[in-house]
Structure formats: structure tokens, C-alpha cells
Design a protein around this ligand. Structure first.
Ligand SMILES: [Zn+2]
Length: 224
């Protein structure tokens, strides 16, 4: 699905996977659950591009529904892969970067714990470590924004030239707007709130989250 010129949401992948198209090739943000690579590459084909056109794969954090397709996608595309130091360590270990609090009951958490033994991400070493403030050569300059809270090393990506923020799971979206990281899945609530404020101040017009619809008129819809 086209979001704006050169920015696309891959249909049918959980969590949301995004594709940015530039003259020098494609950038993918997050890779969905294991085996999502097929859907992602089918969508790349539908854009008239091939696996070899994928130049960069960026990971917001090391939860399975964001890094599941990474290893195979890297193998099939030869793309350079990127994550923050903390998340890269977790991706290398094939785990999440934080422990989910075990108190309280949630269907989602129960599902995760039941599925975990069958749904492990392969260990994978990313090529490059991302740091806060770094600018990647995509979408007119894609800024790395440190947004810890959901996980310790979570990052978002912001393209000021088009006002698009890719926030991973640092915030979730629904038909009512933009909300904080889901409580039962948040590593540190105070840091998560800080990251929400930080992102609200960026002046993004469009918010692309890991879970939920694209918010096209984001001004005033941040969780404050
Ligand atoms: Zn997550």
C-alpha cells in the first residue's frame, strides 16, 4: 500500500513492515514474523523491483514480530542490516532485548509464551550499529531517534523532508490516534513516556507504527 510517494506498507505482514524507495535502491524497516520474507519480496516485485534492489534493512528492535524475516531476507537480498547496539546484541542472541514482566494476565502474553519455543528468530549479526542522531541516506535523510522504553535499545526513524515518523513499537496507533507502548510489553514505562514526548516534538505529520493503521494527520494526536 502506497503511503506517500516512495513510501509503502507491505500488506499482510505482522508487525508492519515498510519499504522506502530511493534512486539507489530500497530500504526496508522491520521484517515481520518468521517467513514474512516471501510477502515482503512479493511486494518488492509488485513495485517493479527485485531482491537485489533492497540495499538496507533497518530494525527498530529485536522482538520476534519485527526481526522474524531478517536472516532470510538478508540472505536473499544481500542488503546491509542495521540496529542499535543493544538490539543488535539481542538479535545476535536470537532473543528479545528485555524480559516481559510476568505479573498479571494478558492473552497476548500467554500466546507469546506458548508460541515462543516454536517461533524463535535465528541468531543474526547485523552489519552496522545505529546511534541517536545518525542520518541514513534514504527518503531525503532518515534520522535515527533513540526511543527506549518498549525495549532498552528501541529506535525510531524520522524523515523531516516528508514529515514521516516510523516509530516501531515505541507507540501504537488505532483509529483514534497514537498511544503509548503497550503496558504489558513495555520494558521501562518512564523511559517510554520520555520517548513519546521526544517524538511528539519532532513535528511529524505522518506516523507509521509497528501495530495499527498509518496516522496521516498526526499533529495533535500524540499521547500526551
Ligand atoms: Zn515490540
Amino acid at each position: 500500500m502506497k503511503i506517500i510517494d516512495n513510501v509503502f506498507l507491505v500488506p499482510g505482514v505482522m508487525a508492519n513492515s515498510y519499504i522506502i524507495m530511493d534512486a539507489d535502491g530500497l530500504t526496508i524497516i522491520d521484517t515481520g514474523m518468521p517467513r514474512s520474507e516471501k510477502k515482503i519480496l512479493a511486494y518488492v516485485s509488485s513495485l517493479g523491483k527485485s531482491a537485489n534492489d533492497v540495499k538496507r534493512i533497518l530494525l527498530t528492535h529485536s522482538d520476534l514480530d519485527h526481526v522474524g524475516g531478517l536472516a532470510v531476507l538478508h540472505k536473499l537480498t544481500g542488503a546491509r542490516t542495521y540496529a542499535s547496539q543493544i538490539e543488535a546484541g539481542a538479535i545476535a542472541a536470537g532473543t528479545s532485548s528485555r524480559q516481559i514482566k510476568s505479573s498479571g494476565f494478558s492473552m497476548r502474553r500467554l500466546m507469546f509464551s506458548l508460541l515462543r519455543p516454536f517461533m524463535k528468530a535465528p541468531h543474526f549479526q547485523v552489519d552496522e550499529i545505529l546511534t541517536d542522531g545518525q542520518i541514513l541516506p534514504a527518503l531525503g535523510g532518515l534520522h535515527v531517534v533513540e526511543t527506549s522504553g518498549h525495549t532498552p535499545g528501541h529506535i525510531s526513524l524520522f524523515a523531516p523532508s516528508v514529515g514521516v515518523l516510523f516509530c516501531g513499537d515505541s507507540m501504537v496507533t488505532d483509529e483514534n490516534g497514537i498511544h503509548g507502548s503497550r503496558p504489558g510489553l513495555t520494558w521501562n514505562d518512564a523511559k517510554a513516556r520520555e520517548s513519546e514526548r521526544r517524538q511528539a516534538a519532532l513535528g511529524a505529520r505522518i506516523v507509521c507504527s509497528g501495530h495499527g493503521p498509518i496516522v496521516m494527520d498526526a499533529t495533535g494526536k500524540f499521547p500526551l
